[in-house]
Design a binder for this molecule. Structure first.
Ligand SMILES: Nc1ncnc2c1ncn2[C@@H]1O[C@H](COP(=O)(O)OP(=O)(O)O)[C@@H](O)[C@H]1O
Ligand SMILES: [Mg+2]
Length: 327
């Protein structure tokens, strides 16, 4: 089955100039020294030279550093900087630092409760970090939320859709929130409904949609302003193979056109197939990061699947625990 490509007639995303930091580039690095206030955990200034200049060194191997001795890389689409969140005594996310470059298809892996959703919520401006910072295209999500949000689309874990709207109304409503002109909103909504195979259900209320249809309509609403960076929290959870394929193809088209995708999942096979780079989180800490080839190399297992590597990293011993009473 082939799906039509992501509407090429949509206006192109602003292309980035060769020199990062040039005027008008939303991905330009901040021109003023960068301060994170009031936490004592994250670095107080964005280093221009680093790792040795960091008050808090990242506890993970950073391939970018080896290549450039700069963190974050100048073409970062997403930077998490010592992100930390506590819920009571539980440290859900513990000083997480990572960078995702533009155009990457980044898979964020971790067992249940590892801190994936909490990290994504802090990156997209839904949950305020206790410490640290998140930057989208060099823009601080918590200092310049509106500007940062113009650059991103989000498919959150709990979608909280307006159930009494039709699918079409919901997508068009999202477009209007971004101040797009009405004819453009209509045109984009129509093409998104079409590509996501929702046209037949476009005028039904969202309350009557299946899980897969909800994910697709929420994805359409996240895409209507043509975001540079798309965050998706478990986009394939509860989605049938047909919808899953449609979503995969759409995400691939987006990254082929220069957008950056950051998605969390625990479905290894999907991540292995789609992602150019993965990060593994466990107990709130990033414990590995790299391409599949780099992770294999780090593990010394040339033929390991992503699942093998993941289970090794998170220390899962599937056969321990003894269910002899079942035998
Ligand atoms: N609002 C909250 N209140 C209390 N604890 C929370 C809250 N949100 C998440 N947690 C806890 O933080 C940890 C990380 O959760 P989460 O980020 O949802 O993990 P994941 O998405 O990787 O499954 C878990 O132990 C979870 O129980
Ligand atoms: Mg989650």
């Amino acid at each position: 089955m082939t799906t039509p490509p992501y509407d090429p007639a949509m206006p192109a995303m602003p292309t980035s100039p060769e020199t990062p930091g040039a005027a008008g580039d939303p991905f330009a690095a901040p021109s003023v020294p960068y301060h994170v206030s009031g936490n004592g955990h994250a670095p107080t200034q964005m280093p221009t030279q680093a790792p040795s200049a960091w008050p808090q060194a990242a506890p993970i191997p950073m391939p970018y550093m080896a290549q450039t001795s700069l963190f974050p890389p100048p073409d970062s689409a997403v930077v998490a900087w010592g992100l930390t969140k506590r819920f009571g005594k539980k440290v859900a996310v513990d000083g997480l630092t990572l960078a995702v470059r533009r155009g990457e298809f980044f898979g964020f892996l971790g067992p249940n409760g590892a801190g994936k959703s909490t990290t994504i919520k802090m990156m997209v401006g839904l949950l305020r970090p206790d410490a640290g910072a998140a930057l989208i295209g060099g823009i601080d999500v918590w200092r310049d939320p509106v500007q940062a949000k113009m650059l991103m689309g989000v498919l959150p874990e709990q979608m909280n859709l307006y159930e009494r709207l039709t699918g079409r109304e919901l997508i068009e409503f999202a477009g209007k929130l971004y101040d797009l002109p009405t004819p453009e909103v209509r045109r984009r909504a129509e093409s998104l409904l079409n590509v996501l195979m929702l046209s037949d259900a476009a005028d039904k209320l969202v309350v009557d949609y299946s899980v897969g249809m909800r994910k697709k309509v929420a994805l359409a609403a996240a895409l209507i302003h043509r975001p540079q960076v798309l965050f998706l929290d478990e986009p394939f959870e509860g989605v049938d193979p047909v919808s899953s394929r449609v979503i995969r193809d759409l995400l691939r088209d987006l990254t082929n056109n220069g957008a950056t995708v950051f998605f969390s999942s625990h479905i290894m096979e999907v991540v292995e197939r789609l992602c150019t780079r993965v990060g593994v989180i466990n107990n709130g800490q990033l414990i590995a990061e790299g391409t599949l080839a780099e992770l294999r190399q780090q593990a010394g297992e040339a033929n390991a699947t992503l699942e093998d590597l993941f289970l090794q990293l998170v220390g899962a011993n599937a056969r321990e625990g003894g269910l002899e009473w079942l035998e």
